[in-house]
Design a binder for this molecule. Structure first.
Ligand code: PLP
Length: 439
């Protein structure tokens, strides 16, 4: 039901509606495709839209990526990537590779495969031991705020994490490992965690050394969000994925779309074997979805919107740090481009999170919405259970005036919640009483 309230969208859902909520070109492309042909089965047919979308994204074979497999969601893309990785090793005669290494504090989706390689504690809980792959182990995330040691340089922190990954590969036997999976900028679970300098170069070298696939999940951080089309492009010379997943921003919210982009090395592996990927979905490479996604890509390029993510991102970084850097409950501000996480803590000095019962994140989200601002919530930030953050991920084409308004609304929201929470912490009894009606 509509309440008529105007809401400024500072998170585009879950970093989805990258060019906003309506666009005449996308609308035209979708109706044109619907008028031509809606459904074709990919066993025998393809559509111009699907071919053109693949050509557009893979033009010039970026970083050796040369094939695309289009699906309808990020989770499907992750499952498809897992199956591509596994079948690749069967094709090249290394069937012993069955183990997958992922990272704690990661999110890769909610299908059984994607959920199994992710570590979103609350979304996994009911399914542990029943609907979870058990050939997955987890290493540390890139979580500088909580895990970089006092006096440790960025480079040393990165090397320590790479060493930990090497140790995990050794523990499993590198010849048994098929893939390492990570989000270049972590999304939903811990809020825009970025990697220390050199980390991905070290990871790439390790994966190459042992012949293990590097699967990058850019479902949330990709499609230009961080200021480059692929987020990994900012991780230094020589970094490339064997498989990369896309989603959210790919269809920009106009159509349910996901994709796996495949490195030529993987394609060659398949070609040396059966040359047939044992996988399909009825709605894969759907014409209307591909037409929408292609139109979104064109809007990005024409409006130089990825560049805008980079430049406006610098502005936003500065604005967030100036506005919130000294706030009592703001522990950490992190991110890249137009993808920023703000982590809230009870105590800045000890970094101790709030009790989950205080619902700090939800206080922010509710107060923001009351004021007409949408931000993306996250809880369990610190350890899967405790911790609070929000994600700021506005549309790439949001106007400067709206950015200013967003910052004002965000500050007013925070100030109100800070005051409420300070009062509750001083007089917990009254707060309990006052909160009773809200549950
Ligand atoms: C959202 C997300 C997914 C899952 O995508 P769905 O479209 O929700 O299935 C996978 N990986 C990352 C990093 C995500 O943010």
């Amino acid at each position: 039901m509509s309440t008529g309230q105007r809401v400024l969208d500072a998170c585009t859902g879950a970093a989805v509606a990258i060019i906003g909520h309506s666009d005449p070109d996308v609308q035209a492309a979708v109706s044109e495709q619907m008028a031509k042909v809606c459904y074709t089965h990919t066993v025998a047919f393809t559509t111009r839209a699907a071919e053109d979308l693949a050509d557009y994204i893979l033009h010039g074979k970026p970083h050796g990526l040369c094939r695309a497999f289009f699906v309808c969601s990020g989770s499907e893309a992750m499952d498809t990537a897992l199956k591509l990785a596994r079948q690749y090793y069967v094709e090249i005669g290394q069937p012993k590779r069955t183990h997958i290494v992922s990272r704690r504090r990661s999110y890769h989706g909610n299908t059984i495969g994607a959920m199994s390689v992710g570590s979103h504690v609350s979304r996994r809980a009911p399914f542990e031991g029943a609907l979870m792959l058990n050939n997955v182990s987890f290493v540390s995330p890139t979580y500088a705020y909580r895990e970089q040691l006092q006096g440790e340089s960025d480079e040393d922190y990165g090397s320590r994490l790479v060493q930990e990954l090497d140790d995990e590969f050794q523990a499993q036997g590198p010849e048994n490992v098929m893939a390492f999976i990570s989000e270049p900028v972590g999304g939903a679970t811990a809020g825009c965690l970025t990697a220390p300098k050199g980390y991905y170069q070290g990871v790439r070298q390790l994966c190459t050394k042992y012949g293990i696939m590097l699967i990058l999940d850019e479902v949330m951080c990709g499609s230009g969000r961080t200021g480059t089309y692929f987020a990994f492009e900012q991780e230094g010379e020589g970094v490339y994925p064997d498989l990369i997943t896309m989603g959210k921003g790919l269809g920009g919210g106009f159509a349910p779309m996901g994709a796996v982009l495949v490195h030529e090395k993987v394609v060659r592996g398949f070609q040396s074997g059966s040359a047939w990927f044992v996988h399909s979905h009825t709605y894969q490479a759907h014409g209307v979805g591909c037409a929408a996604a292609l139109a979104v890509q064109k809007v990005l390029r024409r409006g130089r919107l990825v560049e805008r993510c980079a430049t406006k991102g610098k502005w936003l970084e500065n604005a967030l740090n100036t506005t919130f850097g000294n706030c009592q409950y703001v522990g950490n501000i992190r991110g890249k481009g137009l993808f920023w996480g703000i982590e809230f803590v009870k105590d800045k000095a000890t970094k101790e999170p709030f009790e989950p019962g205080l619902r700090f994140t939800w206080r922010i989200v509710d107060e923001a919405l009351r004021r007409g601002l949408a931000v993306y919530p996250g809880a369990g930030t610190a350890d899967g259970v405790k911790g609070d953050h929000i994600i700021i991920a506005p549309p790439y084409n949001m106007s400067d005036a709206d950015f200013d308004a967003m910052m004002r609304l965000l500050k007013d929201t925070y100030d109100t919640v800070e005051k409420d929470v300070a009062a509750i912490r001083q007089h917990p009894r009254c707060a309990e009483h006052g909160e009773a009606g809200k549950q």
